[in-house]
Design a protein around this ligand. Sequence first.
Ligand SMILES: NC(=O)c1ccc[n+]([C@@H]2O[C@H](COP(=O)([O-])OP(=O)(O)OC[C@H]3O[C@@H](n4cnc5c(N)ncnc54)[C@H](O)[C@@H]3O)[C@@H](O)[C@H]2O)c1
Ligand SMILES: [Zn+2]
Length: 342
Amino acid sequence: VGHLIHRDGEVVSEVVVAEDARDRTALVPADLQPQRVAVFAQPGSAELATEVAAVLGGEVLVLPDRDEAKTIAVVERGYLWLSDIGLDRGDLVVGVGGGALTDVAGFVAATYLRGVAAVYVPTTLLGAVDASIGGKTGINVGGKNLAGVFQHPRRVVIDRSVMMALPIHLVREGAAEAFKAGLIGDERLVDLYEAEGIDAPIMTVIDRAVAVKAHIVSADFRESSRRGWLNYGHTVGHAIEVAGGLSHGDAVAIGMVAAGAASRHKLGYADADRQRTILERLGLPVSAPPVAIDEVRRLMALDKKRVGTTLRMTLLRGIGDPVVTEVDDDVIAVALDAVGLG
Ligand SMILES: NC(=O)c1ccc[n+]([C@@H]2O[C@H](COP(=O)([O-])OP(=O)(O)OC[C@H]3O[C@@H](n4cnc5c(N)ncnc54)[C@H](O)[C@@H]3O)[C@@H](O)[C@H]2O)c1
Ligand SMILES: [Zn+2]
């Protein structure tokens, strides 16, 4: 059981839930017979990664924590380590950790020997519902995620016992993106968060949110219109994240409030208030911290999704009905005003 990601009619990646990821059959797709296995970890996942490596007869390299790992220097260290242990084209890279770790491990795997198979074991909710799905890898070079390649992991193994034991701050951080998945593609996930708040059963949340993202990225592997749906809340959110130094989840929550108001203004979206109430119930912020509005506007204008001279935003006509559309200044003003940047 799980979710398949297709491209041109072929399965390129599978997302499975395992009771316990420390299991060779769960981890290694049947058509792979790796001689060597290289397991990348971050500090918060080092213990699980060591056990995964033991099961696979592999070796572990623990990288720096969080985005400290997403540098060209760490990538080089990764290549040299793979070379030291003699990793070959038919071998396997396993990334065990949050999104930062799978982003860099995936980049190393996708580029070493022009591409070695990768398997991810996400250990954060954000990793499970977002970062491990869709085939984007990346590192930071000046700006965030500015260097990267597309390569799907062959398999994503979500360990149930890890997800059930997550600390609350990681549940909340991931809830912003899981809720976004509900808003753009699954009203029942919205209903679930509305009824249960942050205590919503995490494996149901994961299953439903993964289904939304797997469907969208199957339809459209590279960045274009449908992938743009995943940017709901990210235009204002990303600007506030940078300007205010917020966590990504908090920033996206605020960004969704802004996008909800813009959607109501431009498209008659009826659930803007409902969306905001649910975000509050999840313990996520719904208005911007004190940041300079000019800085937010400048950052929005720099947004790489900008086409020509008009800003594009992902808006909702209704829950499950997103559209990527050009927005003019009055819509942007409504969006910013809704989060206290009037
Ligand atoms: N590739 C994509 O499509 C995509 C999508 C979204 C986000 N991302 C990237 O994901 C990154 C953020 O990922 P993240 O939020 O998963 O966090 P992270 O990888 O930055 O890790 C967060 C922290 O949690 C710790 N940790 C990991 N697993 C844990 C566990 N089970 N229990 C306790 N602590 C644990 C880590 O050591 C780290 O300190 C960013 O770099 C972002 O750019 C990528
Ligand atoms: Zn995001």
